[in-house]
Design a protein around this ligand. Structure first.
Ligand code: ZN
Length: 287
């Protein structure tokens, strides 16, 4: 499942579309699009105004918060709209030449640019989708439930987000309202880097541990972005290339193997319904 590094890699890979005009949009599967440009909470049916899909507008900016990508466009009258892309479990965004338009069954949306390139949204499992917003301030509202972006999280923000919760730290890290962008992979990796047990209660974490965790989160995410994300199954960057961050995982999906730091066997359990891997020696519990 794509997390912050994968979405940031996609954002960077799409930067060449900034300044280009969207000249068309082929909606092949209507129900992956939520049109909120009229403020209504609507509906996954009915026709969509081409302008809501960005047709006739110039791509102004590509923004990201957590695992969500916002394509900000501006029409000739100066009206801004935002196309929010959520990748869910298996979403992909690719930038292709017209000669290579994918005819794949799971390509749901194809935007045509003025230079004949295409931006394609593909999502085999359809947990992701595209939300159309009428303005930049609507985007602020749409993203209001999300916590601070994990790539820049400070120890103070993390401490405030965790509060006095007694739930396991791993569960809190997966909560996008606490910190935006961390999923199962990078939660396990950051906890190992910070030497914190995933079952530790948030309320039992010491100040120095929260500081170490905030630093570990930023560090593992930056490293993963440098490796262009983790490809476990579906994830590809906009050039359709897999990432290489999976080669750097120290605990994630390594249950039963030796810890790369101490040699002890990596253990596995479930926290918040998610498989969790950790080293009992490197990550002892406080209490
Ligand atoms: Zn270890």
């Amino acid at each position: 499942m794509p997390e912050l590094p994968e979405v940031e890699t996609i954002r960077r890979g799409l930067l060449p579309i900034v300044g280009h005009t969207i000249v068309g949009c082929d909606v092949r599967r209507r129900d992956v699009v939520r049109d909120r440009t009229n403020g209504s909470p609507n509906p996954r049916r009915g026709s969509i105004e081409p302008s809501a899909l960005g047709v006739g507008s110039v791509v102004d900016e590509l923004v990201r918060l957590g695992k969500q990508l916002g394509i900000v466009v501006r029409d000739p009258c100066g009206q801004e709209r935002v196309i929010v892309v959520q990748l869910g479990m298996s979403g992909q965004v690719s930038l292709v030449d017209s000669a290579r338009i994918p005819d794949a069954k799971h390509v749901h949306l194809v935007w045509a640019l003025d230079d004949a390139r295409r931006v394609c949204f593909r999502d085999a499992r359809r947990f992701g989708g595209v939300t159309l917003l009428g303005s930049r301030s609507d985007l602020d509202g749409f993203w209001a439930p999300l916590g601070p972006d994990a790539l820049e999280i400070t120890a103070g923000q993390l401490r405030d987000g965790l509060g006095t919760s007694t739930r396991a730290i791993k569960a809190a890290l997966l909560d996008q309202g606490v910190i935006a962008g961390v999923g199962n992979i990078y939660a396990d990796e950051a906890l190992h880097h910070a030497a914190i047990n995933p079952c530790e209660r948030c309320s039992d974490l010491r100040t120095d541990q929260i500081r170490a965790l905030a630093k570990a989160i930023r560090g593992v995410l930056r490293e993963a972005i440098n490796a262009r994300g983790s490809t476990l199954r579906d994830y590809r960057d906009p050039s359709n290339e897999p990432g290489e961050a999976q080669l750097m995982h120290r605990v994630y999906a390594r249950a039963g193997l030796a810890c790369l730091s101490c040699g002890h066997v990596i253990e596995q359990c479930r926290i918040a319904q998610r498989s969790t891997c950790w080293c009992p020696v490197c990550q002892p519990i406080n209490r």
